[in-house]
Design a protein around this ligand. Structure first.
Ligand SMILES: O=P(O)(O)OC[C@H]1O[C@H](OP(=O)(O)OP(=O)(O)O)[C@H](O)[C@@H]1O
Ligand SMILES: O=c1[nH]c(=O)c2nc[nH]c2[nH]1
Ligand SMILES: [Mg+2]
Length: 170
């Protein structure tokens, strides 16, 4: 994905906002359960999975470890570093029924597509969604345009902001 240049194409999310949105996601999927287990897509799915598991009382948490962006924003070859444990797949009749898959966002849908192949009957939930990936998730909270980059709170720190009247720096 190319770097978004105009300010309206950047979507920064604070911890507070992320917590509210993850909790809203839990509310939205609460009627679709009960779920026996959460499969969290690391690493981004770890944070919403913690919030959703607390809200819905789900204590069986499994991971599937996937990396697709090896140079921050550039999408490369998708690598599955760790598969879903067999007992979790088997628990769900082999296809994921009763399993909740959680990730922070769906962008191109590549990651969600790979996990769907493993757990086709699971319920897929992400906090944010972009249009290309949206058909691959069952529930999400906020949609942003495809050329927006979402900045998550764990990737950011406090920084000085030059006054608007000074114009762009550099
Ligand atoms: O819909 P896609 O185009 O596949 O992109 C979405 C995925 O990309 C990011 O993960 P990434 O692979 O960057 O790893 P991370 O979760 O460890 O940050 C994000 O957390 C999603 O899992
Ligand atoms: O921090 C991120 N923001 C995004 O918009 C995005 N899309 C894929 N992967 C992403 N990571
Ligand atoms: Mg991820």
């Amino acid at each position: 994905m190319s770097e978004p240049t105009s300010p309206e194409k950047i979507f920064p999310v604070s911890w507070d906002q992320f917590h509210r949105d993850a909790r809203a996601l839990a509310w939205r999927i609460s009627a679709d359960g009960p779920f026996e287990a959460i499969v969290c897509i690391t690493r981004g799915g770890l944070v919403p999975a913690a919030v959703v598991s607390r809200e819905l009382g789900i204590r069986l948490i499994e991971t599937i470890c996937i990396a697709s962006r090896h140079n921050y924003r550039d999408q490369g070859e998708l690598m599955i570093l760790k598969q879903v444990a067999k007992d979790v797949v088997d628990k769900a009749g082999g296809k994921g029924a009763g399993v909740l898959v959680v990730d922070d966002l769906v962008d191109t849908g590549k990651t969600a597509g790979v996990v769907r192949e493993i757990l086709p009957d699971a319920h897929f939930a992400t906090v944010y969604a972009k249009p290309k990936g949206r058909p691959l998730v069952d529930t999400f909270i906020t949609e942003v345009s495809q050329d927006t980059w979402i900045y998550f709170p764990w990737d950011m720190g406090l920084a000085f902001q030059p006054p608007i009247a000074k114009g762009p720096v550099g």
